[in-house]
Structures are given as structure tokens and as C-alpha cells.
Design a protein around this ligand. Structure first.
Ligand code: ATP
Ligand code: MG
Length: 763
């Protein structure tokens, strides 16, 4: 090794260098966003290898996502050139645990029931299916005690490394008294199937290490140095895993930021940071304070916001970066207008309108949303204007399971020949029509040379199935048949779509589902129905979607990134948009309703993560109206907006805010009261803002702010022939009334619209 410091060390500041050069013993790097934690960690790996402290295979580095692992690999390779052969063990807790478990699979299990090295890893769907079978076998009412809830419970236990044999008193009584028993049965079943679920990967490893000291020793000797990024989001099982592996040599370096702990809802414990110094006495604690990522304005806004959290470890952050633009804040009429404006902004960047920012390519831009259902508006808008985008860390909106299911219903309504759609939904929700029933239907269809739907009708008529399945199939065929007629009779497609999802039991399936992702799926379904409104009919909508789906993703072209705030952890982009900053969405309703401030503080940390992703320009937007849970609600700007330090924020006026469309819409939305609330154009001067500031000052804990529903107009107010005003379609004439639904002739064509969404024209 050369006497001169290696070139890769030269760019580091003294604190970072210390973090790299303190080679032995425990190191805890605790520092704010963008201070170069990940960079120091990566350099430390390179340094250990260059000094020959360890061979690549003797280094273990844990990242939070596979994407982060890939990035780290590339960076290390760049730092090292071709001086070192091989690569460290670099991956997520899960991916590394799989590798370890495969080597000792036979040691997992009991009484002659053991894993084999070829074990499979179940996905959530498989897991749920298995749990359902067990619940049924116990004769438990599956409606009241859904499998997803049990899955959630079991995941929670596994996150804490609690096996069925060691459940704390009382916890096994969860799930109507059957929790513990079902958990044990489930674990046995997994062994029989030679399978593990995600939570098992960690728990089995820990159990293995605890039960077999020789095995543990072997791995302790192998991994001479352990490095962990995003340490603040480890859960108990992961912490135990790390502690076991690091106990002997204590060469463990963890980096994290308590202000960025955002996985508490998944069992992560910030407390692990505090425990570190206890479990590894004498740990070198290194604090980094210089932020290299963002402008002073971005940093100032983020720091001001996070200061509202109690019980932080507390950190100083500074930057000597050139001053940039303030964080921009802008409100819009609704989520569509928000997406439209962001699309226009991005196009303006492309046109070079912001010379001060330098060149901004599409790859430099990210849109970070709180909830995945927000993505749809952006995807549709960007499709329309031909702006390349990619959705990171999750399927695109139209590829999600619930959306594909719902679309299959629509497809079958539009086109009875769509056998694929039929197969997808005939037993979703469960109608007791499994593989055998499907075979009967397929057989009947083939015999008669008809599509599956016709085949099903024949099966029903000839009673080729027994019992409940037959009755359910009759209902299903009947529903689709009625829907075909409804299309012919000109029933509005939005109403029809809602009816199909309701009457088929599909919506109920998710409503009764107690899993944590069920509310999100219901939101997505609502969002889907909302998307329908923009089209003349189902057919037109389905065509649009196939176009969205078909767009080719040529990796070589630059794309705007759309992702959730959770998925953006550790990443950075020159330009960041943060849409949907409204109470109820961000912070989300659950956090606002909760007793105490725990949930709210986690949401605030998420906001901090969001702002600190930006290097040069951050823009926060919110909409005055958003459809949540199926109805339009006027929303208040997020309470987090109150908390941004005014000196770092610039409030923008959306173009055309006071134009005819907006004025008319305002009038419809209930006059000045509403206008005042949605006066984002001049947020800081509006009385609403002042009131909110005053309230923020004495706010302790969550404040309930019930969103106001836009004044509803009962259908009885109207008669055929009346002229009405609609926010989107403008003025039109009523040509039909069916209960709460009006058929209105607008310039754009006939629309079926809920009476609540229109106002008498001129009234
Ligand atoms: P986060 O908390 O968001 O994960 P972090 O602390 O891991 O942030 P990094 O991603 O490592 O921060 O670094 C942020 C940016 O600052 C990167 O672009 C990195 O290359 C740059 N950077 C880090 N250290 C230095 C340095 N000493 N000199 C110049 N740039 C640096
Ligand atoms: Mg990082």
C-alpha cells in the first residue's frame, strides 16, 4: 500500500475519513441526510479491501434494497478498479439470509421434519392461500377472521423472532383464541412443503445461530467485517441477526439517521440505534454534519420541518453549497390539475427555461408520492403528453392486482369472448369455482364451440356442477349478462362499473380484508372508477389502458421517475416534486386519528426524507380537491406546510387559477368559504393560513380536521330540461334523471353524473 493516502480517501472530510479509517471495533455513524454516510460506508469497504484486511468474501454489507446493493457494487468496483478480485457479500438482510439458510437447511425444523436446501420462498399470495386452508380446517369463520389478518400477526411475530413455541403470554390468544395454534400449524405445514416465507428467512437464521454455536462460529469467522446502511430501519430480528454475527470480533459499522426512520409500521425500531452503544460498549460514534447534496434552502426547509418532532437524537446540519431557489409551494384545484402542472413544468425544464438550474434531463427528475394511488394521475397525464416515465419499486398503476382484476370484469362486460378475463375473475372473489369447475366450463365451451362465458351458461342450465358452486356461477353469469344489457340500454359506464364491482362481491372482498394493504387497494379501485369518468365508455377506457400498458420501456431513453416516498430512501435527484401535501393524505388519516404523536412523527420523518432527496430544486404541491374513498373532498393543505420555515419557501400562483374554469368551479364548490380554504395562490396571506399558523402554535398531538365534502345537491332539485354546471364538462342540459344520477348533454357529449357534482347553471 502506498504511503500517500489512496486517491479515494482524498475527497472525504475529516469525519468521513475517521469513519473509513477506524478499522477495528464497533463504529456507529449517526448523521443527517446527504452527509455522505453511504459514500463513507462504500469507501470503507474499498479501504478494507485495499489494505488487505479482508478478502472480498470476508466482508458482509447490508443494504435496504436490492437496488441500493447494486449501486454499491458499482461504486466499489469503480473505487477499486481491477485491483481486487471478487465481491463482498452485499445485499439485503433477506437475500443474505437465503444464502446462509441454503447451506444449513437441514438444521431447521423439528422431529424429523426439516427443510431441504432446495426450499422455496413463498410469496404473499401463496402464504395467504395456505393460511386460508388452515383457517378452514379449524372451522373458523373466514369472513370475520380473514387470512390476511393472521398473516399480518405472524409477520409481526417473526419480525420479533418469536416462534410458535415462545409466544409471550396472551399473544397466542389473538385471532379469536386460535393465533398460536394456527401459527404452529402454519410453520409445520411450511416444513412439509419444504417452504419458507419472508419472515422465516431472518427468524430461521437467528434460530440456527442460537441453536448451533458451531455454525454461528463458522459465520462469525467468515465475516470479519460487517457494514450496515440505513440502520435506523432494522427490526428486532435483524438486530439479533447482526448482533449474533458481530459478537465475536465486534467489527461492525452501522450508519443511519434517526430522522429517517420510516418503517416503524413494519416493526423497525429506532431504539436499535440507542441499543448499539450498550451492546457494543466502546463504540466509536461518528457524526457527520456537512451536507453535500442539497442547497441551503432545501436543507433549511427540511431541518425546520423535522424540528417539530420530539425525542430526536438531534443533529447539526450545514452546507457550503451555493444558494439556490427556495422550496416552491403551489396549490391546485384538483389532483388532475396538479398532474397537468407538474407535466408542464417538466416540459419547461426540457425547453431549457430554467437556465439557473443547468441542464435538467428527465433522469434528473423524480416525483415522490405518499400513496401509490396518487401515481395514476401522473401516469395518465404523462402518457397523454408523451413524457417518458418509469415507476420505481412497484408495478405501474394498471399492473396492480386489484386493477387487473377490476379491468377483467370490465373486459368481460365489453367483450364476452374474452376468455382470459373470464378465467381471471370467475373465482375472484372466491365462489367455490376451483380448477375442477373451470375444467367443466372449458369442456362445455369446447363441446359447443362457444366462449367460456357461454360455456358457463350451459353448465348452469344443465346443472353440471353441484351445490354452492352452481348457484354462485349462476349469479356470476347473470351479473355479466345483465351488464351486457345495461351497456346496450345506454346505462352510464361509470355507474355500470361501480355496480359490477359491487354486485360481484369484488369490492366487498377488499373491504372485509384486514390486511394492511387492503385500504390502499380500495383506494386504487376508487381511483380506477375516477379514471373512467374521463372516457365516453368502457371500450374507450380499455383501449386507453392497453396503450398505457403497451408503451415500450426502452431503457436507453431518459425517464422521469415516479415512486413512493418510502421507496426513495437513500436516493437523490436534482429536481424533486412532492405532490399531495394535504391533511388526510400526507400526513395520512390514520396517523392523524391516532392517539399520541407517534404516527404523525413518522409521517413527518417521511416528509423529511422526501425534501432531502432534492439536490437543487424541490417543489411541494397540493390539491384543493381530491377524490378519496369515492367522493370528492375538499382538502386542507398539509399541516407539514405550516411547519416549513417561511424564509425558505416561495409560494407560486398556478397559471389560470383565477381564469373562468377555476372561478366557475369555485362558485360550484360552495362559494367563498371554500375559496378561502383553497386559496393556495396566496397561502401565506390568506386568513385560513393565519388561522392554521395560530393553531399550529398551540398544537399538541393530532388535531382532527374533518374534510368537508363539497356541498351536495340532491337530485330532487332538478327536473329534466334544467341547465346545470359541472366542474369539468362546463354547462349542460339535463335530459334524464334516475334517482341520484343525471344524464346531461354537455358540449362534450352525454354524461351520466351524480347529482351531487353539478350545480344549477347560473344559480
Ligand atoms: P441519506 O441519508 O439520504 O442516505 P447519505 O448520508 O447516505 O444520505 P450520500 O448519499 O452518501 O449521503 O451522499 C450524498 C451526496 O453527497 C452524494 O452525491 C455524495 O457523492 C456526496 N458526497 C458525500 N461526501 C462528499 C464529500 N466529502 N465531498 C463531496 N461530495 C460528497
Ligand atoms: Mg445513504
Amino acid at each position: 500500500v502506498a504511503a500517500r493516502p489512496a486517491p479515494y480517501l482524498e475527497g472525504l472530510n475529516p469525519a468521513q475519513r475517521a469513519a473509513v479509517e477506524v478499522l477495528d471495533g464497533p463504529v456507529l455513524m449517526l448523521a443527517g441526510a446527504g452527509t455522505g454516510k453511504t459514500r463513507a460506508l462504500t469507501t470503507r469497504i474499498a479501504h478494507l479491501l485495499m489494505l488487505g484486511r479482508a478478502r472480498p468474501g470476508q466482508l458482509l454489507a447490508v443494504t435496504f434494497t436490492n437496488k441500493a446493493a447494486r449501486e454499491m457494487k458499482t461504486r466499489i468496483a469503480r473505487l477499486l478498479g481491477d485491483t481486487v478480485e471478487g465481491m463482498p457479500w452485499l445485499g439485503t438482510f433477506h437475500s443474505i439470509s437465503v444464502k446462509i439458510l441454503r447451506r444449513h437447511a437441514e438444521m431447521i425444523g423439528r422431529d424429523g421434519l426439516h427443510l431441504k436446501p432446495s426450499f422455496t420462498i413463498l410469496d404473499t399470495d401463496d402464504q395467504i392461500r395456505l393460511l386460508k386452508q388452515l383457517i378452514q380446517a379449524e372451522n373458523i369463520d373466514e369472513k370475520r377472521w380473514p387470512a390476511r389478518q393472521l398473516a399480518h400477526l405472524i409477520d409481526g411475530w417473526k419480525n420479533r423472532c418469536i416462534g410458535p413455541g415462545s409466544l409471550p403470554r396472551g399473544e397466542g390468544e389473538a385471532f379469536d383464541g386460535h393465533g398460536g395454534k394456527l401459527y404452529a400449524a402454519y410453520q409445520d405445514r411450511l416444513l412439509t412443503l419444504n417452504a419458507v416465507d419472508f419472515g422465516d428467512l431472518l427468524m430461521h437464521c437467528v434460530t440456527l445461530f442460537q441453536a448451533h454455536p458451531d455454525v454461528l462460529r463458522q459465520w462469525q469467522e467468515r465475516f470479519r467485517y460487517i457494514l450496515v446502511d440505513e440502520y435506523q430501519d432494522t427490526n428486532v430480528a435483524q438486530y439479533m441477526w447482526l448482533r449474533l454475527l458481530a459478537q465475536a470480533h465486534r467489527n461492525i459499522c452501522c450508519v443511519g439517521d434517526d430522522d429517517q426512520s420510516i418503517y416503524g409500521w413494519r416493526g423497525a425500531e429506532v431504539g436499535n440505534i440507542l441499543r448499539f452503544e450498550k451492546d457494543f460498549p466502546g463504540a466509536e460514534v461518528i457524526r457527520l454534519e456537512q451536507n453535500y447534496r442539497s442547497t441551503p434552502q432545501i436543507l433549511g426547509a427540511a431541518s425546520g420541518l423535522i424540528a417539530a418532532n420530539q425525542g430526536r437524537l438531534g443533529k447539526t446540519l450545514w452546507t457550503d453549497a451555493e444558494p439556490g431557489e427556495p422550496v416552491r409551494l403551489i396549490g391546485h384545484w384538483d389532483s388532475e390539475a396538479e398532474a397537468r402542472w407538474i407535466g408542464e413544468e417538466i416540459e419547461a425544464f426540457q425547453g431549457g427555461h430554467r437556465a439557473a438550474l443547468g441542464r435538467v434531463g428527465l433522469d434528473d427528475i423524480a416525483i415522490l408520492v405518499r400513496a401509490s394511488h396518487q401515481m395514476r394521475a401522473f401516469e395518465d397525464r404523462f402518457m397523454t403528453i408523451g413524457l417518458p416515465y418509469r415507476v420505481i419499486g412497484g408495478p405501474r398503476f394498471y399492473e396492480r392486482q386489484e386493477i387487473r382484476d377490476a379491468m377483467a370484469y370490465f373486459r368481460l362486460v365489453v367483450s364476452p369472448d374474452d376468455d382470459l378475463a373470464f378465467e381471471r375473475i370467475v373465482n375472484t372473489p372466491k365462489r367455490g369455482l376451483g380448477d375442477k369447475a373451470l375444467q367443466t366450463i372449458q369442456h362445455a365451451a369446447r363441446q359447443n364451440g362457444v366462449n367460456l362465458l357461454e360455456g358457463a351458461r350451459i353448465v348452469v342450465e344443465e346443472k353440471q356442477l353441484g351445490g354452492k358452486g352452481l348457484a354462485n356461477l349462476r349469479d356470476f353469469v347473470g351479473l355479466i349478462g345483465r351488464s351486457h344489457m345495461a351497456v346496450r340500454d345506454g346505462v352510464g359506464h361509470v355507474e355500470l362499473a361501480e355496480r359490477v364491482l359491487d354486485e360481484s362481491g369484488y369490492t366487498t372482498m377488499w373491504q372485509t380484508d384486514k390486511s394492511p394493504d387492503a385500504p390502499g387497494r380500495l383506494d386504487n379501485l376508487k381511483e380506477l372508477v375516477k379514471a373512467l369518468e374521463e372516457f365516453e365508455n368502457l371500450q374507450g377506457f380499455l383501449e386507453h389502458v392497453s396503450l398505457v400498458m403497451d408503451r415500450d420501456d426502452g431503457e436507453q431513453t431518459e425517464q422521469v421517475s415516479i415512486m413512493t416516498l418510502h421507496g426513495a430512501k437513500g436516493l437523490e435527484f436534482p429536481v424533486v416534486f412532492l405532490p399531495g401535501w394535504e391533511d388526510g393524505l400526507f400526513p395520512n388519516q390514520r396517523a392523524m386519528d391516532e392517539q399520541g404523536t407517534k404516527g404523525l412523527e413518522e409521517e413527518r420523518r417521511l416528509a423529511y426524507v422526501g425534501i432531502t432527496r432534492a439536490e437543487r430544486l424541490a417543489t411541494i404541491t397540493f390539491a384543493g380537491n381530491r377524490r378519496l374513498y369515492g367522493q370528492w373532498q375538499s382538502a386542507l393543505p398539509s399541516r407539514f406546510i405550516d411547519e416549513l420555515p417561511e424564509e425558505h419557501v416561495e409560494v407560486l400562483t398556478p397559471p389560470g387559477l383565477y381564469g373562468g374554469g377555476y372561478g366557475a368551479a369555485m362558485a360550484m364548490a360552495g362559494g367563498t368559504r371554500m375559496e378561502e380554504r383553497v386559496q393556495k395562490a396566496d397561502v401565506y396571506n390568506s386568513p385560513g393560513w393565519k388561522r392554521m399558523q395560530a393553531r399550529a402554535a398551540d398544537r399538541r398531538g393530532p388535531v382532527h380536521r374533518t374534510p368537508v365534502t363539497i356541498d351536495a345537491a340532491p337530485a330532487s332539485r332538478f327536473t329534466v330540461g334544467d341547465r346545470v354546471l359541472h366542474a369539468k364538462f362546463g354547462e349542460g342540459q339535463i335530459i334524464g334523471i334516475a334517482e341520484e344520477t343525471l344524464t346531461v348533454q354537455f358540449e362534450a357529449g352525454f354524461k351520466n353524473i351524480k347529482a351531487a357534482y353539478v350545480q344549477p347553471a347560473g344559480g
